[in-house]
Structures are given as structure tokens and as C-alpha cells.
Design a protein around this ligand. Structure first.
Ligand code: HEM
Length: 161
């Protein structure tokens, strides 16, 4: 949800003339906010490309700007399903991890594809090893995940600007 936010860009059109951080905005202009970019801003996320779930410990969250993590947008039009989506994702993950281990193939590259939502180009085929009943506790720790792709800058990597 931080490194690969499904809603990687959020659009707004200006109701009236305005000024955003010194940039003039005319009525009707489109503005794009990118959670992808904000979620990789080193001002809020040291070593932004590193996957580190501890960034979401309560004390870390409390110390960070409240808009540094905006996978569900923010303000009046914020997603109404945010709590539901996070709970659902955890339940799906727990259910799957109780039954199997999932691994990328050696050397497998995953290329993000920025359509309306962000998705892995060509899908995400994984090697699935089913676990025997009760094996989940002794199986490999859940944090043994591959590192994300090599460092990207916090600039939006997509080609339209
Ligand atoms: C990972 C899952 C989800 C993500 C990343 C997500 C993301 C977002 C984002 C970024 C917006 C704001 C769009 C904008 O401002 O232009 C939004 C709006 C909305 N989402 Fe979600 N969403 C998710 C799941 C859900 C679920 C499960 C529901 C319903 C149960 C839901 C219902 C809505 C609705 C109704 C809005 C419009 C709110 C409004 O305009 O007042 N979303 N979502």
C-alpha cells in the first residue's frame, strides 16, 4: 500500500483560480496527486525503497506527517472503504499464509503497470508450496520477502509528464 499503491494517482479539477505552493492554478485546471511519489518522498520515508513494516508501528505513524501515507486519498472524498479494505487484505493474507508459502521465481522481475489502478504487468505468477496442517507456525517467517526492485527516485516514473 506504500510502495505500490493501487490508486497511484488521484485527480482533481480546480473550482476557481488558486495558487498551490507558488504555482498558479486556473479554474478548470487539472491537478494530479500521486501517492506513489508521496510514499517515496525521503523527507517522510528514510531509505524510501526499503520494505520495512515497522514504519507502521503506532509511534512511527504518530511521528510522521498525517498525509505522508495516502493510499486512500484524504479529505472530503477519501475512500469510505479504507478500514474495510485493510481488514479484508489482512484476512486474505492470513488465510493464505496459513495454507501455503508463496515465492517469486529466481530472477523474476515485476514491472508495475500504471493503468487506472497500479498492477503487476502480465500478472504475478508465484511458486506455491502448500503447507501441511499445523505447519504454518514452523514455516519460514513471513518477513522473508524479496527486497523491492533497485532504488527508484521519489519522482513519478510514469511517462506522461
Ligand atoms: C485497497 C483497496 C482500496 C483502495 C486503494 C481505494 C482507494 C480509493 C481512493 C484513492 C479513493 C479516492 C478517489 C479520489 O479522491 O479521486 C477512493 C474513493 C472511494 N472508495 Fe475506495 N479504495 C479501496 C477499497 C474500497 C472499498 C473496499 C470500498 C467499498 C466497500 C471503497 C469505496 C470507495 C468509495 C465509495 C469512494 C468514493 C468516496 C467519495 O467520493 O466520497 N473503496 N478509494
Amino acid at each position: 500500500m506504500r510502495l505500490y499503491p493501487p490508486a497511484w494517482v488521484i485527480a482533481r479539477s480546480a473550482n476557481g483560480d488558486d495558487d498551490v505552493a507558488g504555482h498558479p492554478v486556473a479554474a478548470g485546471d487539472w491537478l494530479f496527486l500521486s501517492p506513489w511519489v508521496t510514499h517515496r518522498n525521503p523527507e517522510f520515508w528514510p531509505s524510501p525503497d526499503r520494505f520495512d513494516p515497522d514504519r507502521f508501528l503506532p509511534e512511527a505513524v504518530a511521528a510522521r506527517h498525517r498525509h505522508a501515507w495516502i493510499p486512500f486519498s484524504t479529505g472530503q472524498r477519501k475512500c469510505i472503504g479504507d478500514q474495510f479494505a485493510m481488514m479484508e487484505a489482512r484476512m486474505v493474507l492470513v488465510t493464505l499464509m496459513q495454507r501455503a508459502r508463496f515465492a517469486a521465481r529466481p530472477g523474476q522481475q515485476v514491472t508495475p503497470e500504471p493503468l487506472v489502478t497500479l498492477r503487476p504487468q502480465g500478472g504475478l505468477p508465484l511458486l506455491v508450496t502448500p503447507l501441511a496442517l499445523g505447519e504454518a507456525k514452523s514455516a519460514a517467517p513471513l518477513r522473508a520477502v524479496p527486497e523491492p526492485p533497485p532504488a527508484r527516485s521519489s519522482r513519478c516514473p510514469f511517462p506522461f509528464h
